[in-house]
Write a protein of this length. Structure first.
Length: 380
């Protein structure tokens, strides 16, 4: 199972490290290895969230996610994206930007750093909306019940998450963005942050809205599936679940790619703290992206999210923390170690909480009544 799921990741790792040695010797080998670990640590929460969406898709779209999706993630976000933002920010042609990345690495890094406020605002707002929509939804299973119960009640207010996101963006533009030039030596970025943040918000609303629309179109099929399952139980036949396909799966796939792009912002920017060589960045971050993809599929096939029910909660809290970190980095520099550890700690905590819940439920089934089981399952 492990070899089948992670086989391509192992192969890409070997090829990438060998290519690094040929490109820049053992020093390049070490840089690529560090970048790979950085990308995996920063994107583990991405894998958990992706798995929650991917498990709804049929086998065809899962394969598309692992093939076309990987190409977009590795070559699009880890190689083309840094060049594109330099081309846009410096008003250069694509060929000139590539030439700059290969011949004048210091200037290239400077231009990417200058574009960071726009990147952070776009990615930060997109991820913040994911987090807000999650915590304002009333869920049967609650991890931090003391916090999630009152937030679920507040979530009944229409468009609350959008209002909060816009308030956060406005505060960010008036504080971090306005003062960023004092620390970085660049022009006032308030207008840039506002425009980029609104663009991130619109992107989330459009892509997420279309995904939800087509997913809702399958509700009738799911109701029929439930009836078929009941019939299967009576007759003893096995009934498979209805999975997303067609337009619904396409927009969920699109949502996944935009989500992955938002997650990759911190990895791409953080990579410049280690190297400004675009080739080494592409190799290291590409290897990390492959493992994130494989881990996503592993979680789906093993049914890990069903067994460890708080993992998705932990991942979304990590998303919220990452959104805040991205916005703060418009003015202040935050170590990638801190960024990575926040996500790892939250997911590890949610995993351990899930283990404790499973043990408590197993013990409750042996002796406790249904009231205690209900209390445990709600995360109290």
């Amino acid at each position: 199972m492990v070899l089948k799921t992670f086989g391509w990741s192992f192969a890409v790792t070997a090829l990438g490290l060998v290519a690094a040695v040929f490109y820049g010797g053992w020093t390049a080998f070490g840089v690529v290895a560090i970048l790979s670990v950085l990308e995996i640590s920063l994107s583990f929460d991405n894998a958990v969230v992706n798995a929650g969406i991917l498990k709804k898709m049929n086998a065809f779209w899962q394969r598309i996610f692992l093939t076309v999706g990987v190409l977009i993630a590795v070559f699009g976000m880890r190689l083309v994206f840094p060049v594109v933002i330099v081309a846009i920010s410096a008003q250069l042609g694509p060929i000139e930007a590539v030439d700059l990345a290969l011949t004048d690495k210091d200037r290239y890094q400077e231009l990417v750093t200058d574009a960071h406020p726009a990147i952070a605002a776009f990615g930060g707002m997109f991820l913040l909306m994911i987090f807000l929509d999650f915590i304002f939804e009333d869920r049967d299973i609650k991890w931090l019940a003391w916090l999630e119960r009152p937030l679920a009640k507040l979530g009944k207010v229409d468009m609350l998450s959008v209002c909060i996101a816009l308030i956060v963006l406005l505060i960010t533009a008036m504080t971090f963005a306005t003062n960023a030039h004092l620390h970085a030596g660049h022009a006032d970025k308030a207008e840039t942050v506002l425009l980029s943040g609104v663009a991130g918000l619109i992107t989330y609303l459009v892509v997420g809205g279309l995904s939800s629309y087509f997913e809702d179109k399958l509700e009738e099929e799911e109701e029929r599936e439930h009836e078929a399952e009941e019939e299967a139980k009576r007759t003893g036949k096995k009934q498979s679940a209805v999975l997303l396909a067609g337009k619904a799966a396409f927009f969920m796939f699109l949502y996944l790619e935009v989500l992955d792009a938002s997650f990759s912002f911190d990895g791409v920017i953080g990579a410049f703290a280690i190297t400004n060589d675009i080739v080494l960045m592409a190799l290291g971050l590409g290897i990390g992206a492959m493992y994130v993809r494989s881990l996503t599929v592993y979680l789906v096939r093993q049914g890990t999210l069903d067994d460890y029910v708080y993992l998705e909660h932990g991942a979304h809290y990590a998303i919220g923390a990452l959104a805040v970190i991205l916005l703060v980095t418009i003015q202040y520099q935050i170590s990638e170690i801190i960024t990575g550890l926040v996500g790892v700690v939250l997911i590890a905590w949610s995993f351990w909480s899930s283990v404790r819940r499973n043990r408590a439920l197993a013990a409750a089934e042996g002796g406790a009544g249904s009231d205690e089981k209900s209390e445990i399952s709600s995360g109290v």
